[in-house]
Ligand binder design. Sequence first.
Ligand code: ADP
Ligand code: ZN
Length: 392
Amino acid sequence: ATPAHVVQVLGTDSVTLGHGMTTHIARQIIQIQPSSAYLIGTDTNIAPLHLEQLQNALVAALAEIGSTARVHAYVIPPGETTKTRETKAMIEDWMLENKLTRDSCILALGGGVIGDLFGFVAATFMRGVPVFQIPTTLLAMVDSSIGGKTAIDTPAGKNLIGAFHQPRHIFMDLAYLRTLPRREFVNGMAEVIKTAAIWNEDDFTLLENGAEEILGLSADNSSSSDSKRKSEHDLQLLIQVVLGSIQVKAHVVTVDEKETGLRGLLNYGHTVGHAIEAILTPELLHGECVAMGMVREAEIARHLGYVNDVVIGRIVRVLQAYGLPVSTEDKKVLQLAPGKHCSVDQLLDIMRVDKKNQGDKKRMVMLSGIGSTYEPKASFISDNVIRKILSP
Ligand code: ADP
Ligand code: ZN
């Protein structure tokens, strides 16, 4: 096991990052939040891989302190389509039938879907019970688990019903990533690259130079050299880049909890990215669409004279090094979503409904270099400019 790093969010110790720390996680949880029952929420992909180990560790940790608290698990089907009111109601009814009380505690073991859904269950069960986030995807580690946002989807759109509910603690165990499919791992790397691009050139350089080593840590890696020392070195590199990302996220969430300015910087690539995602989902993943969005938004910054060709080149190359698509005409995109097409009009149409807009101006994060932005918040960009850059 690797010594754990602790990162503060909103002034308290909130994130523990390490590798192979299930026993530590279990002991910490029962110490931080003594409860009458612990409910682990997870999905059917993760359960056979990681549920039993956590359950056993919790039972053992409770036995160590002579506690009689119950340990339950609730397993749901994977994927965004499960993140509904109906699933939430089923979980709640199950909790009530099983006599879970106000002093229960929820452990969300999974990706963004599990974190959002079980986080929201925790936010409203008996007017709110504590939740621990235990993200098992890279995307959930660097993106959704920090900040206290929870939500479900409705037919009208994603994440429309939810609440801010800060987790008691977030445990990021990189060992979970060893079973994560390559494509899901890379999906999270898009957000890691995004954060370095707006905040930290050193981290960005690490990402440029370390693609092969970092990718070697996902489940279906094809790298041949498997000496222990090498994988230990690669692991340290991954810890460093994930730590860099969560430190930035923790910082901006702390100074801007309710998302008024600085936190908007984390939306780099997301204005165009979300529009692309609206068209290409579910064939393309969130991070893949953000990757394409980052390139387009950087090109808008170049058009406005904030960055030069070198910056665009570095963004494009680093994304490609991790196998991320850089344009909607990318071979990978055409392969994954055959027959789908992102026209400029359609993209602008989708962006039109963004509540962050002002008149015919959209909000977009403008880079001013690698690791820096033109403003400490998203900038207003006129439709004319966007149309010009998005046009083929
Ligand atoms: P996100 O990518 O937003 O974090 P999901 O919760 O949809 O969201 O997770 C992506 C997919 O990866 C799901 O199919 C999930 O079951 C699967 N998954 C999550 N964690 C792991 C893991 N550690 N190993 C293998 N598969 C995982
Ligand atoms: Zn994102």
